[in-house]
Design a protein around this ligand. Structure first.
Ligand code: SF4
Ligand code: SF4
Length: 196
């Protein structure tokens, strides 16, 4: 809307000659131009029911998540799940020795009250995933097409439009791993050379 340029299905902003930046990146860029100091630290949110003293911290890149949590008082209960990123789009952290990277904005440690076990159950064809998708994609059908490695069907279902927001997985009563499957389906299309 700002530039009037359209980023087509399967394209990246750079393909349309655009750079999309969040406020933190713009702020860093201004700082870099002023001082010449590269990105050496990140401001991140440390939160979740398992964290003793949740807070926003500034930490050098490469700091382990273990040290970051310890700075926040450690864990008051055993975390059930640790995510790098937000609750909808975050990625699992399996090793607390993993380092803080320049694209990390948050690290969350959920306790057992916040993180109920989510084993996949059979789809009940309720349609909630499609009704709640901002693009009206059909995650349930994408899931099936991916399982069959049906590249043509995945293209037809426009999986490349998926922005991995996580809404479909969040609303699914059967706890299907829909957004993860969409990511894998997009990877499959890239490997097969299809962008659409
Ligand atoms: S929301 Fe879950 S259970 Fe409902 S149709 Fe979609 S995949 Fe199936
Ligand atoms: S993750 Fe993709 S398919 Fe699921 S709701 Fe978001 S855009 Fe739609």
């Amino acid at each position: 809307m700002t530039t009037g340029r359209i980023i087509g299905e399967g394209m990246l902003p750079a393909d349309a000659g655009l750079v999309v930046m969040n406020v933190t990146s713009v702020c860093f860029l201004a700082q870099y131009i002023r001082t010449g100091i590269p990105l050496v630290a990140k401001t991140i949110t440390v939160d979740g029911g398992a964290v003793q003293d949740p807070k926003v911290v500034v930490a050098p890149l490469g700091t382990s998540f273990k040290d970051i949590f310890e700075f926040c008082g450690g864990f008051k209960s055993e975390p059930r799940k640790i995510l790098m990123g937000g609750p909808m789009m975050g990625i699992n952290v399996y090793d607390l020795n993993a380092p803080l990277l320049k694209n990390n904005n948050a690290v969350l440690a959920f306790d057992e009250n916040q993180m109920v076990p989510n084993e996949e159950q059979p789809c009940i064809r309720c349609g909630r995933c499609t009704r709640n998708c901002p693009f009206h994609l059909m995650p349930v059908n994408i899931y099936k097409a991916y399982g069959e490695e049906n590249v043509e069907k995945l293209q037809e279902l426009k999986v490349n439009l998926c922005m991995e927001c996580g809404c479909c997985s969040y609303v699914c009563p059967a706890k299907r791993h829909l957004v993860t499957t969409n990511k894998l389906a997009k990877k499959l299309l890239r490997e097969k050379g299809g962008r659409k």
